[in-house]
Design a protein around this ligand. Sequence first.
Ligand SMILES: Cc1ncc(C[n+]2csc(CCOP(=O)(O)OP(=O)(O)O)c2C)c(N)n1
Ligand SMILES: [Mg+2]
Length: 772
Amino acid sequence: MLKKTSAPDLDALRLLDDRLRWLSSWTIHNANHIRESTDGLKVGGHQASCASMTAIMAALYFHALGPNDKVAVKPHAGPVLHAIHYLMGSQSREQLQAFRGFQGMQSYPSRTKDRIPVDFSTGSVGLGVAVTAFASLVQDYLIAHGLMQPDEAGRMVALMGDAELDEGNIYECLIEAYKHDIRNCWWIVDYNRQSLDATTAERMFRRFDEIFATCGWRVVTLKYGKQLEAAFKEKGGDALKAWIDDCGNADYAALTYLGGAAWRERLLKEASATKPILDAHDDEALHRLMTNLGGHDMEALVEAFDAAQDDVPTLFIAYTIKGQGLPFAGHKDNHAGLMNPGQIAALREKMGIAEGEEWEPYAGLGGNSAEAAKSLVEGSRIARAKRERPWNVAEVPAIVPPSGEEQSTQAAFGKILLDLSRAGGDLADRIVTTSPDVTVSTNLGAWVNQRGLFRRQELADVFAAAKIPSAQKWGGSEAGQHIELGIAENNLFLMLAALGLAGDLFGERLFPIGTVYDPFIARGLDALNYACYQDARFMLVATPSGVTLGPEGGAHQSINPPLIALGQPGLRHYEPAFVDELALLMEEGFRLMQRENGESVYLRLTTRTIRQIERADDSWKEGAIQGGYWLRDPAPGAEAVLVYSGAIAPEALAAWEALKDDMPGLGLLAVTSPDLLHRGWSARRSGRWAGKGTEPSHIEKLLAPLSRDAGLVTLLDGAPAALSWLGGVAGRKVSPLGLDRFGQTGNLEDLYRHYRLDVDAIVEAAAELFLD
Ligand SMILES: Cc1ncc(C[n+]2csc(CCOP(=O)(O)OP(=O)(O)O)c2C)c(N)n1
Ligand SMILES: [Mg+2]
């Protein structure tokens, strides 16, 4: 499946290592020292982080990577990726010159903002690494489901900084990956033993390897380059090796910075047996020898990549020097260090590049060398162009709301999935559900009984075989459509990110649905943001939520997720109260997930069973999709309205009944999406200045019939600020009811009374507004 690569031209690869080091340095230099600055801000960029990986990336992109491989590039090596595409002709000089500028190439590789093909966005360290493991699981899923051919499988590669090994999400992912027996995944650590602040702790030496090996990974350590290995065989070589192995990270880095004479002095003092080797090298040669680590040695890299051509997940620990070949190599403060104009000129001269030819792709190379390098670049098998988004649209069937006078949105969600499963069809076949150990308690059980767990190896349902009664029939097979995760929520969001990119990565769209308890969205928030930033498309079903959870208490009663949703681009929050709303919004969600300018969907649901309402007609539907509709119309010029969202609908309705005679024309507004209403409102404001017309937003239209001085009582089982802004739409008074303290255990009556979400509170709030 994964073809062995052909014998490489190592010299040409070394030249490309130099080209990448130069072009990434120059791109960053240009942005900081040459491009005009209008605001005096430091532009920044990471020359040392780039130089640390140019050899690794040259070996990968111009030798090891196949056409189906996908790579997450260490965020701070972004300029190297762009330099690679520049050499390949798929990135323009203008974009390099606009690095970190408006609409120029991004600081960190971005799937959506960059013009070159970027497989995975990176930036928040750790997440880009872990997502590759989940992507390899998605690839296996597609193969198992016949949506991809086995010989189309590629390798999911993460190029990571060593500091990323400190991120907890790496280990959560490692555990999950082991359980799911992932394959075709390479993580390559740029092991320069420096992070942002300092050199890293010695004590972790050999620990990372052990952790990965324990989780089933092959660990390949590239510590010494070939030159060093040859030296170890010379007289004094054993002493040299022993000294290097004993040398602390900070010491090694400092000596790298100081250079040849310092190496000599130290070695003579601490390992005098190395003298024959020292005598055979002048200072410059000695420095070259001592910095010939595995991650900079082309032969060692190519050998290691060629030797790992099976599908075993592999961790390469490639020892490197941060800033290799640059004047601040090894300096502990080099993370954001920039060469000054004198230093970059010296580097240019050292590389034989004439002044004025800095952007020439092969400047400084003789004719034959340039040809050899070009031929490797042309032979690179990676994609040059962004993949067209696969707009193969799955037809979304009408979703019929489950019947029943009293229902909860959570239970209805489970029934809707069950119905979809029974009815079958393209959409149902492409739905993949996943949950961090809350499959049963979020009502996915019936769906899983129907569609099964996804497992590469057959997983027997031991309880069923033993005839032990259980509502959950959990056999696993390659045909399964539910990916069961361990409890770590962060993995849920990375799983959703990878599933939600199935179309972009592998050309086949999936409809991922992830369930989670609403409060624990916070546990995976950065990964959720990361998924949205990449424009992955998924449906997040968060339930239960709010104090409506009752006896479970304050640790599980979510407060701020509606505000999170309000501030999260790429994610549309819907909070249905009734199950016909839920059915409608799920239907809309499946369409939205596959629309070109669509987004992901967050459904905030509840376990509270409430009486469903009779509808006179379907006129509410359009508004519900847009974020809100009048459940009880206000009279023209109405002085007061009640506004509610979600589970608290019965209190809102009861309060409306209680108040309607005293407050003639009182309206009752059902808000299905505070998020969408707010977006429409602010888009209309900003659109006005951009000359985009003055069509009022949905919420403006909804509130238009009210009197100028009308008061609004808003009601949400969550942070009140998610609705209180409605007062700002036309400058009206608001009395916001909701949760702004931690919850506690109790029955609904007591909790709603205590937290002022009950009918009395609504009536009092309305009266107060009115009397004011
Ligand atoms: C989650 C997160 N925390 C902090 C940062 C800020 N930051 C950027 S790079 C970096 C250190 C990176 O060190 P390493 O991964 O070893 O990369 P390299 O040494 O190759 O630059 C830090 C702390 C970040 N980008 N993401
Ligand atoms: Mg590092």
